[in-house]
Design a binder for this molecule. Structure first.
Ligand code: ADP
Ligand code: ZN
Length: 707
């Protein structure tokens, strides 16, 4: 790589953004643009797309124009850049006439490195005319998949963006997206007239995201609450639901349980939507409960979990939605609970949609792939990546199936009963009725239809209703059963069911997991020591206060990853602080001392009395010395020395600390009396090592107290 194009880029990365080195394709992409070429960049969410155009815009002469579809988020992006000391501005319909004039004059006088523009604004003559009068560094088209008419994020204005390359053929153009498939890629190339662009495709794996898909065992919201409480207390997340009503219900329910959960769906007034989105971006620990209307362009880096309470329609949608977790690379969860009803609803929605046959077939195929992923018993990440044409040789070790391999059972006979019950009742009934028949319910309807007389009546009593539902779900997922088109939800056998019914095939299924078994406890903080958690919280408070003063989201001050660095390294000088990842020169100058103060305050040795008091308080709360040591992150010896001090001062009695009977106490005291200078070692030896030094120290304290 020629050093002429990488040196200034690396320097910019290190001094302005505070990062040590480029990631993945970044260096190559940046080189291509700095040298005046075009590029199409496919990188997963969190891969670091922004720097691919921000750094060339800073390094190259002139201003970099960034086309971005979401005007609501431009302001945050611009204020994040300004925090780094980068001269950035935006042009969109939210600006007043005077503000617009000001940006235009900045532009004309060459004061800007980056200008964010909404596509419709860019296409008007006035803006293009401005561009003709100034020096341009590059065009960047973010979320470039919006040009695709097949995709679900289609934006008509994007189609006209080819005008950029036509009018300014010599200005480098970079298009970026996280959408992987070849069709979208070709559409972008064509519509943006990127004929000679260099293509950069990164791997799509998101190793920091843990995939967990579980069965909705009838109370999904309880499962959700348990998941949040166990693994994400005090953290930000997104909960996706299918319907607006469900969004409202879940948001209310979580709020009633004491969490801060805000609804977001297209039926809410724009002002409420805007307000909730803003709170999600700006405050810590907000949960947004949303339909899929929420999320595109949300580049909040510290979303710690994405939960689905319904099955998405395709793996593409699932991957895009879950991809909003953990952009900062820290451990995050993609969690889903789904059940029979989801499968039926989606199948019905598809059947009733007025798309043409070809579209329907594509959609059906996509849903089947999604169902396959959900019912899978092997590594989910392998399957996900395989779907996107990538190969992962070993199982990932970070999905539910890898972490707790599911048990399977031979469901052949049960499945035959279930299928045969569909057949004997004439393929005219839904799941609930079928289960009633199998379990032999005394039910009027069943009697009326004469189904108490058929051979499958009551043969399935050994399985609970929930087990039957789970079985039917898996049969539908595997296309052994079809849901009827007219919307009554009756089930019908498919051709694929025949071999199983005839006993020519066996069926192994995932065992139903008992509710509540899933949560591996990961306390809300990622730190082992209480003291580290305290520092973490103090740093977050400091960040929050600064963010409020500046009117920006907290992560714009520093990302979580940078605060984690502070906790782990505990820098004690400004220079040491400046070496942490994510702290560039400008931020060090603006905020370094505030955060350093918090760290120094935290590691300041506590006065002896303070620390003894803290131990004593824990003892008075009923903790034994071992537990105190654990909680405070101290050695047992230190705790005993605190307690000895407290005994000496008459704050606590010996019996509060250790249980010794009279005989033992006498023996220890006697041993102390035998040696004059109160040393512990001779006493320890005289008693043949029977008592810990800590215990002896406490007994000695009683002697000193009496003296
Ligand atoms: P994308 O737009 O691809 O989703 P972003 O540009 O928002 O990703 O970057 C994701 C995160 O990674 C951001 O927090 C960003 O600051 C960080 N990041 C990007 N490049 C680097 C790098 N070279 N070293 C360290 N962190 C980086
Ligand atoms: Zn796995």
């Amino acid at each position: 790589m020629s050093s002429s194009s990488t040196q200034p880029a690396l320097h910019t990365l290190q001094t302005i953004f505070g990062y040590e080195q480029f990631r993945g394709d970044q260096a190559e992409v940046i080189k291509q643009i700095i040298n005046g070429g075009d590029a199409l960049v496919l990188m997963p969410t969190g891969g670091g797309k922004s720097l691919c155009y921000q750094i060339p815009a800073i390094v190259r002469e002139g201003v970099g124009i960034v086309v971005s579809p979401l005007i609501a988020l431009m302001q945050d992006q611009v204020s994040a850049l300004r925090q780094y000391g980068v001269k950035a501005a935006y042009l969109n319909s939210s600006l007043s006439g005077a503000e617009m004039k000001q940006v235009e004059s900045q532009l004309l006088s060459g004061e800007l490195d980056l200008l964010y523009v909404a596509p419709e604004r860019l296409l008007n003559g006035r803006t293009l005319n401005l561009f003709n009068q100034i020096k341009l560094a590059l065009f960047a088209v973010d979320e470039a998949h919006c040009v695709s008419q097949w995709g679900h994020d289609f934006r008509p204005e994007y189609i006209q963006l080819s005008v950029l390359h036509e009018q300014f053929p010599e200005i480098p153009c970079i298009a970026l997206t996280a959408t992987a498939d070849a069709q979208t890629r070709n559409e972008i190339m064509e519509r943006l007239a990127l004929g000679d662009a260099k293509l950069f495709i990164s791997g799509f794996d998101r190793p920091n995201i843990r995939y967990q898909i579980s069965e909705n065992s009838g109370n999904a919201r309880e499962q959700l609450l348990r998941f949040i409480r166990n693994e994400h207390e005090g953290e930000a997340g997104i909960v996706y639901c299918l319907s607006r009503k469900r969004v409202e219900d879940i948001a209310k329910w979580l709020s009633d349980k004491g969490l801060t959960a805000l609804p977001y769906h297209a039926g809410l007034p724009a002002s409420i939507r805007q307000q909730n989105q803003e709170r999600f971006l700006r405050e810590d620990a907000i949960i947004i409960v949303a339909t899929i209307a929420f999320g595109m362009g949300i580049d909040k880096p510290d979303v710690r979990f994405v939960a689905h309470l319904n099955l998405p329609k395709s793996i593409e949608a699932y991957y895009q939605e879950t991809g909003r977790a953990g952009r900062d690379g820290l451990p995050s969860n993609a969690w889903m609970a789904y059940g029979l009803q989801d499968v039926i609803t989606l199948r019905k929605m598809q059947a009733l949609s007025d798309a043409d046959e070809q579209h329907k077939r594509v959609e059906q195929h996509k849903l089947n792939a999604m169902l396959g992923l959900s019912e899978l018993t092997t590594c989910r990440r392998q399957a996900l990546l395989y779907y996107f044409g990538e190969k992962l040789d070993e199982s990932c070790g970070n999905c539910d199936n890898c972490l707790t391999p599911p048990e399977t059972w031979d469901a052949t006979i049960a499945a035959q009963m279930a299928l045969s019950c569909v057949h004997r009742t004439g393929q005219r009934f839904g799941v609930n009725y079928l289960i009633d028949v199998l379990r032999g319910s005394e039910n009027e309807r069943i009697k009326q239809f004469g189904h108490t007389l058929i051979s499958t009546y009551g043969i399935g009593k050994e399985y609970a209703t929930t087990e039957w539902r789970s079985l039917y779900r898996q049969l539908i997922s595997r296309n052994l059963l079809d849901v009827d088109l007219e919307g009554y939800g009756s089930l019908r056998l498919t051709e694929a069911a025949r071999p199983l019914l005839q006993g020519r095939e066996r069926l192994m299924l995932r065992k139903q997991v008992k509710a509540g078994k899933s949560g591996r406890k990961r306390s809300s903080s990622q730190f082992n020591k209480e003291a580290d958690t305290q520092l973490w919280n103090a740093l977050r408070d400091c960040r929050k206060q600064l963010a409020e003063e500046q009117g920006v989201p907290a992560y714009v001050i520093f990302h979580d990853a940078t605060l984690v660095g502070m906790v782990e390294r505990q820098p004690q000088t400004i220079e040491q602080l400046g070496r942490l990842s994510g702290i560039g020169e400008r931020k060090l100058e603006s905020y370094g001392s505030a955060f350093l103060e918090v760290i120094l305050e935290h590691i300041k040795p506590k006065s002896v009395t303070d620390t003894v008091d803290e131990t004593t308080q824990l003892l008075n709360k009923g903790l034994i010395p071992q537990a105190i040591a654990h909680q405070r992150g101290l050695t047992l010896a230190t705790v005993y020395s605190h307690l000895a001090k407290a005994i000496e001062q008459g704050e606590v009695g010996l019996s509060d600390v250790i249980k010794l009977d009279d005989k033992e106490l006498k023996a220890i005291r006697f041993a102390f009396e035998q040696n004059d200078d109160d040393k512990l070692k001779p006493v320890h030896e005289a008693l043949e090592g029977e008592y810990d030094y800590g215990v002896l120290q406490c007994v000695r304290a009683t002697l000193l107290c009496e003296a």
